[in-house]
Design a protein around this ligand. Structure first.
Ligand code: BTN
Length: 256
């Protein structure tokens, strides 16, 4: 009997491990135009992702063989284009729950979908949705988590890894399976219409929620307090006596 650590119904049941690829997101997106469709839940994992893509057109650097760099194919046709951020929440919560037994309450989700340990970035996500009319047809959920890497690119001053935090090496496939199983569970909550349940959990795990910190927007620095995230995903920050909303490109988190 095969020993399958992917205990869910579909996420990770079709696992493709590539020795090297430019970007697992690009690879998976390109596969969508093949005549034979990939099953939902297919995971493309790269041992060496040499041109990984991050948010805001950034590059995602990961030392070969030491980290998790993978993409999951989901077909959330039950979500409208306006509900894209609910998928972001479900995926973030899945990653959070998988890492929580190791990192406990210092683990947070930095809006919109970075994984933080204290004030350091442990990982991030790049979710690329393919829309059909007003619905989501496919979602390519790209996830990068720093696991056993100890030295980082000079530009990545804020990066950390499980190894740096816990001084131990971790089995990549085991953590991959944990993440996939947890994401599937939250995804099924969304499918069952439990959007508010996932929204509430996401908020409760948010980095800097209800704390006073420094931010920058439009070249202006200000001290503000993150109050909430709107259903559509805009960040709500209170400053100068009012609440303002920001999208990803409009606000920068500063160190205090
Ligand atoms: C970010 O924090 O900027 C998002 C990083 C997302 C990186 C992952 S690694 C696997 C997948 N393939 C990519 O090219 N990017 C995502």
């Amino acid at each position: 009997m095969q020993n399958n650590i992917f205990s869910g119904l579909f996420v990770g049941q079709n696992l493709v491990v590539l020795k090297e690829v430019d970007s697992t997101n690009t690879f998976l997106k390109n596969s969508l135009s093949n005549s034979k469709p990939l099953p939902e839940g297919t995971v493309i994992m790269a041992e060496d992702q040499y041109a990984g893509r991050g948010q805001r057109e950034n590059t995602w650097h990961a030392e070969p063989g030491k980290n998790l760099t993978f993409s999951i194919l989901l077909n959330p046709t039950f979500l409208s284009a306006q509900q894209q951020f609910d998928l972001t929440r479900a995926v973030s919560m899945g990653v959070y729950d998988a890492l929580y037994p190791l990192l406990r309450d210092s683990l947070k989700i930095k809006w919109p979908n970075d994984v933080y340990y204290q004030d350091k970035k442990l990982g991030g996500m790049l979710i690329e949705n393919i829309l059909q009319g007003a619905q989501i047809k496919h979602a390519v959920v790209g996830i990068g988590i720093n696991i056993n890497q100890e030295n980082f690119h000079p530009g990545a001053v804020n990066a950390t890894s499980l190894k740096k935090i816990l001084q131990k090496d971790y089995d990549l496939q085991y953590i991959l399976a944990e993440i996939c199983n947890r994401i599937e569970a939250y995804y099924l909550q969304l499918k069952a219409g439990k959007l508010q349940f996932v929204r509430d959990l996401y908020i409760s795990r948010l980095y800097r929620l209800n704390e006073r910190h420094w931010y920058k927007s439009n070249e202006k620095k200000f001290e503000g307090i993150i109050k909430n995230v709107q259903p559509g995903g805009l960040l709500m920050v209170e400053h100068d006596g009012q609440e303002y909303t920001y999208n990803l490109k409009e606000i920068e988190f500063l160190d205090d």
